[in-house]
Design a protein around this ligand. Structure first.
Ligand code: ADP
Length: 479
């Protein structure tokens, strides 16, 4: 089985979200199942060329885009994942400060940029004589390759099927129709059933109509995107493909997120001896954030983008009442919306010793927070899969989540009668639902300690390895 991945991001070369993690971890896991995988991504100017031992292997490769001839160079490495990764060097499109936008706003020519990437990736496979059984595409950026495969522009791909994974239907790649000719979308395929949306090109919509199979990153999200709200307007088109739609939960890269081997935390631990390890990490975390150092007060944490999707606006109005009303500590790590950055940045001054925050991106701190906290808060409005609730389970930290998307699939509700479950869930998009659920977690922490211990054991026993997910992808590839 030969599989070609075409994507706009791959960890560690270029990452803005969970998509990059999947594009790194899934090929690695597929390879260990005997699949031959090659990945193509852009050579962004920010990629550290020497750190990953890239080598130029194809100078002066060429594809036709509409009436243009585009010449590019191809670079290769298999560091650090052991997977063949090919980088498309094309200065005009990828030598920029950002992937999709910079301080001046969104790049308006991304339909040009990523249709080129998709065609170039297919050409690379052809030049390498790598005939893919499957071309696996990711989100709006590379969805258009499903169209190229379906149109059979090139007999080399006559036996190839396309797979489109939807990591986040909230972003669809909507651009001016001026790109039609360059992107090689025929006028008669520019219809409301395929690429057209209110006179513009919607790249994701086109991909959804032409892909042979569609997957998304959790079973619940697969159901949610059949509805108007979850699909962000594409529900009619996704419903047409419901027989080809499958939800497969992402795994976790346990070479990075594993409390037994984690280099970022002061005390390593496993499920057996978690109490001592978590206690030491908790003290280190409290010191780091200038909180009162005590093992007896529960720490709640949030890590993530300060974006509407993550539901921080539900937490904002209640976090001060929580710190006033409940005996607990709160830590927030993240960045994004400037007004939320200001608010959470000032939180430690509001409640010295009980509140900590770090505005920015910090991988080391993210590990320490997962290891040292008692509860992890994710009040997301929507969450295709979500990673932090899974990291939390692995690190014996109990998630407090809204029951949607991947959060619903991974977090099992606490049962107050017997201590079953591995977290706390609520449904309503409301600050009061979040307030009372955090209150429930606090009272459980103080009043039902045996239940907390049982839930931590349940959480740490879960298997989030990529092997399980990769097997599911492989069986779909074979269908
Ligand atoms: P999304 O892809 O929607 O942002 P996910 O939960 O799928 O959300 O993945 C986000 C990843 O980025 C997680 O690994 C999370 O820990 C990490 N992350 C987000 N913000 C920060 C931050 N400020 N510092 C460190 N890690 C962060």
């Amino acid at each position: 089985m030969n599989v070609l991945f075409i994507a706009s991001e791959m960890e560690p070369y270029a990452k803005s979200g969970g998509l990059a993690d999947v594009v790194a971890a899934l090929p690695k896991a597929l390879k260990s199942l005997g699949v031959k995988v090659k990945v193509v991504i852009p050579l962004y100017s920010s990629i550290k060329y020497d750190r990953y031992s890239l080598k130029k292997i194809m100078p002066g490769a060429c594809v036709h885009m509409g009436i243009c001839e585009e010449w590019y160079d191809v670079h290769h490495t298999n560091v650090p994942h052991g997977v063949d990764v090919y980088f498309v060097e094309f200065q005009k499109y990828f030598n920029r400060p950002g992937y999709y936008h910079d301080s001046g706003g969104e790049y308006k020519d991304s339909a040009f940029r990523f249709s080129f990437l998709s065609r170039a990736a297919m050409q690379i496979a052809k030049d390498l004589k790598f005939k893919p059984d499957i071309v696996h595409l990711h989100d709006w950026q590379t969805a258009i390759a499903a169209y190229y495969i379906k149109k059979r522009y090139d007999p080399f791909f006559s036996g190839t099927k396309s797979f489109l994974t939807l990591h986040n239907v909230g972003y669809q790649g909507v651009y001016d129709r001026i790109a039609l000719r360059y992107a090689m979308i025929d006028e008669w395929d520019f219809t409301p059933d395929t690429f057209e949306a209110f006179g513009h090109i919607n790249l994701l919509k086109g991909g959804i109509s032409f892909a042979d199979k569609i997957t998304t990153v959790s079973p619940t999200y697969a159901e949610e995107i059949l509805g108007h709200v979850g699909a962000n307007g594409l529900h009619v088109y996704i419903n047409r493909r419901r027989n080809d739609l499958h939800g497969i939960l992402n795994g976790v890269d346990t070479s990075i997120w594993n409390p037994e081997t984690d280099d970022y935390i002061p005390a390593r631990f496993n499920a057996k001896g978690y109490k001592k390890g978590k206690k030491l990490n908790k003290a280190a975390l409290q010191k780091n954030f200038n909180l009162t150092v005590t093992p007896d007060v529960p720490i709640f944490a949030f890590i993530g983008r300060f974006a509407e999707q993550k539901g921080l606006h539900l937490l904002q109005p209640i976090i001060r009442p929580i710190l006033n009303d409940m005996i607990c500590q709160f830590i927030v790590l993240g960045s994004g919306d400037p007004s939320l950055e200001r608010f959470f940045g000032e939180l430690p001054a509001f409640s010295p010793g009980n509140a900590g925050s770090y505005i920015g991106y910090n991988e080391n701190l993210a590990h320490l927070i997962e290891a040292g906290s008692d509860f992890f808060v994710m009040p997301s409005i929507y969450e295709p899969c979500g990673l932090n609730q899974m990291y939390s389970h692995i690190y014996g930290t109990l998630p407090v989540v809204r029951s949607i998307g991947g959060l619903n699939d991974t977090v099992e509700q606490y049962n107050e009668k017997n201590g079953d479950g591995n977290g706390f869930k609520f449904n309503d998009i409301s600050s009061s639902a979040l307030y009372y659920t955090i209150g429930w977690a606090v009272s459980t922490y103080y009043d039902r300690k045996t239940h907390i211990r049982k839930m931590i054991k349940n959480a740490m026993a879960r298997d989030y390895s990529w092997e399980k997910s990769a097997e599911k992808y492989l069986s779909l590839y074979k269908m």
